[in-house]
Design a protein. Sequence first.
Length: 288
Amino acid sequence: MECGWVKLSDMVKAVNTRSVDQELAKGPVDKAMEVLDALVQPGGPHRLGEIARRTGLTKPTVHRHLRTMAEYGFAEPAEGGSYRPGPRLLGLAAAALSDSRALELARPVLADLRRRTGHVACYAVRHASDAVYLEQSEPAREYRMSARPGHRSPLYTCGVGLAMLSVLPAEEVSAVLDAPDLEARAPGTLTDPAALRAVLARAALSGYAVDDEYDEPDVRSVAAPVLDAEGRAVGAIGIAGLTFTLDAGSVEVFGPMVRAAARTVSAGLGARTPVLGVVEPARGGEQA
């Protein structure tokens, strides 16, 4: 990290002023939602200072919201002054997930996909410009993928996000790709809208998208969109693995399998998509 020669007092003053200005622009509900979002991020329990840095709020404000959330069971104090999600929040999350028809259909498909491919299989949904991972079926291995349930990635950086983008209306795609200063999350991240549109065009043609180390170094993923009865993208199913195991040849084999898995879930939701077996690999140029 580069650091210019600047007075420490001036730097602290500038940071504090910016934090206060940002906080004043937010309403109490906005602040509470940001604290809640930071609370449930992977790697918890989270310390008060960590939540303050993540949200840009002052420590007293964060502490006040956490104290209120704890009173209502949405947060719970943990060791060392940190906090974890509370039992009421966990109960609400479990109730919401159990009521998801798409997730209910996806779980056995993910388990089958993981068993047949040997790779992590996941289901994600879209929230604004992000893909949010809801479910994961992971093989027993020495390594684990960083994208756990609850993890968020920009749509344009991950396989599941690109899969959903490939079937979204053009205006919604433009809202994501034409946003200023797209973040590069890894050395291979594509931030040029034209290059990203080329990736989406290939995904639309093949029925599955490939994340080639766009979201995380040394990790490749393949994903396909899940559609509802109206033909709208409600999520995406994908597999992910290290690049030396999920190589170009594997993508050609597993891509149609992922596509067939997503279509199976889509068919369960009433989508009019062809389904030729759950996740059978293509043979001799057959297309699922």
